[in-house]
Ligand binder design. Structure first.
Ligand SMILES: Nc1nc2c(ncn2[C@@H]2O[C@H](COP(=O)(O)OP(=O)(O)O)[C@@H](O)[C@H]2O)c(=O)[nH]1
Ligand SMILES: [Mg+2]
Length: 397
């Protein structure tokens, strides 16, 4: 693969020293290292527990699989189209981010449903928020549950599922108008939920996440979550649109300073050349995180291929970066060797001089700015691959 690259003269990636760094307010190298360590661990360890509830057949298992980036027939997926036999919540860890746990909360359809007892039984305090799914009109039990969740000061979101089914069956009619069908569904839900004020309803198809209001739902969830949990949510989302890809990139960018400083401060395993003095383990973990989060790994590509009916080989053939076949020491080494130390130094020095903090940082054999530059470049390369894959999958919107 051609790995030759020149520095882009219009590349302003140094102009955005991260807010996080500015907020650190530290003066000594020891302080920086200590704070970064804590911050990094917090981000790594943050747990997100999402509860999915609704009647049997509402589409909970299918929605959970979609959130986990799995197809219904994947080995780790939750079985769909089966009658629920248990009242116990089932936990499904996200395959790439086990700290993100999605819980299937069945049993809401029983005639003598008691919302208060139900929430007690499922240990409601475990969950960051609840998603209540219904494939037709929301039932009394859904409302009672939402009311009780509200009393407990937790967030809930109504999702009207299987919208693709409604569209498909209405499409046969001569007077078909998609917007009108969606409007009618929304109005119907609104009337049903009037008792609760005017809660938002999101129209979703788990088979076509890129359409309808899955993204709007995710944006709301993100905004309502505390800052530390947002990162976990966004990185766990399946890459089903340019919008989600962009969002992921935004969050990863916030990690670049953290990673650059971490990797230059603790030079454990070094590789020769430009990379000498930076911790290759940290760099690889970071690149790997991006690779997975952008859905460039084989498993994600297989899932996507099945979903959009495009052969995996076709999706893979558009990935042109040197990371296309995975993140290995050799790949990172070859990527680093494309850049000349002198070029980067000239480019970064003036920006680094505007960051008073940087002087306080312990830099190994490689300047902090250089690592920052290379990490950014890697991110951009993988983003380009992900954009091409989305285009090849017909998801460029
Ligand atoms: N067309 C369509 N079918 C769906 C969707 N979500 C679920 N289904 C189907 O609805 C049925 C019940 O779904 P399932 O996820 O098992 O519901 P659960 O009982 O709430 O877990 C299954 O046959 C699914 O394939 C969707 O978004 N679109
Ligand atoms: Mg189920």
């Amino acid at each position: 693969m051609d790995c030759e690259t020149t520095l882009d003269p219009d590349d302003h990636i140094y102009m955005e020293p991260d807010d996080f760094i500015k907020k650190l307010k530290v003066s000594t190298a020891e302080e920086v290292s200590a704070k970064l360590k804590v911050h990094g661990q917090e981000l790594e360890n943050v747990c997100l527990n999402v509860a999915i509830t609704g009647m049997t057949g509402a589409g909970k298992s299918t929605f959970i699989n979609a959130l986990r980036g799995l197809n219904d027939d994947d080995e780790e997926s939750s079985p769909t189209g089966v009658t629920e036999t248990t009242m116990v919540p089932t936990m499904f860890p996200h395959p790439k981010m086990p700290n993100v746990r999605i819980w299937d909360l069945p049993g809401i359809g029983t005639p003598r449903f008691k919302a208060k007892q139900y929430l007690k039984d499922v240990k409601f305090d475990t969950f960051d928020f609840f998603i209540i799914l219904s494939s037709d009109r929301f039932k009394e039990n859904d409302l009672m549950l939402a009311q009780e969740i509200k009393k407990k000061k937790k967030n809930f979101y109504f999702v009207r599922s299987k919208v693709d089914n409604d569209i498909r069956s209405e499409r046969k009619k001569k007077t078909f108008n998609e917007q009108q069908v969606l409007y009618k569904i929304r109005e119907d839900c609104r009337c049903n939920l009037m008792k609760l004020g005017n809660p938002k309803v999101f129209l979703v198809s788990s088979h076509e996440l890129e359409k309808y209001e899955f993204q709007a739902l995710m944006t709301h969830l993100e905004e309502d979550l505390p800052e530390k949990k947002r990162f976990a949510l966004v990185q766990s989302l399946p890459v089903c649109s340019m919008q989600i890809l962009k969002k992921k990139k935004q969050y990863i960018k916030k990690m670049i300073w953290l990673t650059a400083i971490g990797s230059s401060a603790i030079a454990m395993t070094t590789i020769p050349g430009l990379a000498a003095g930076c911790d290759i383990g940290i760099v690889m973990a970071f690149f790997n995180r991006i690779f997975q989060a952008f859905g460039l790994d084989d498993k994600s590509l297989h899932s996507l291929s099945e979903r959009v009916n495009t052969p995996v080989a076709e999706l893979k053939s558009v990935m042109k970066s040197c990371f296309a076949s995975g993140i290995t020491v050799e790949v990172v080494r070859s990527f680093f060797s494309r850049f000349s130390k002198v070029d980067i130094a000239m480019k970064v020095e003036y920006v680094l001089s505007s960051l008073p903090l940087v002087g306080a940082l312990p830099a190994g054999g490689i300047s902090l700015g250089t690592i920052y530059y290379l990490l950014n470049k890697g991110l951009i390369e993988m983003e380009n691959d992900a954009i091409q894959v989305l285009k090849a999958a017909g998801l460029e919107k």
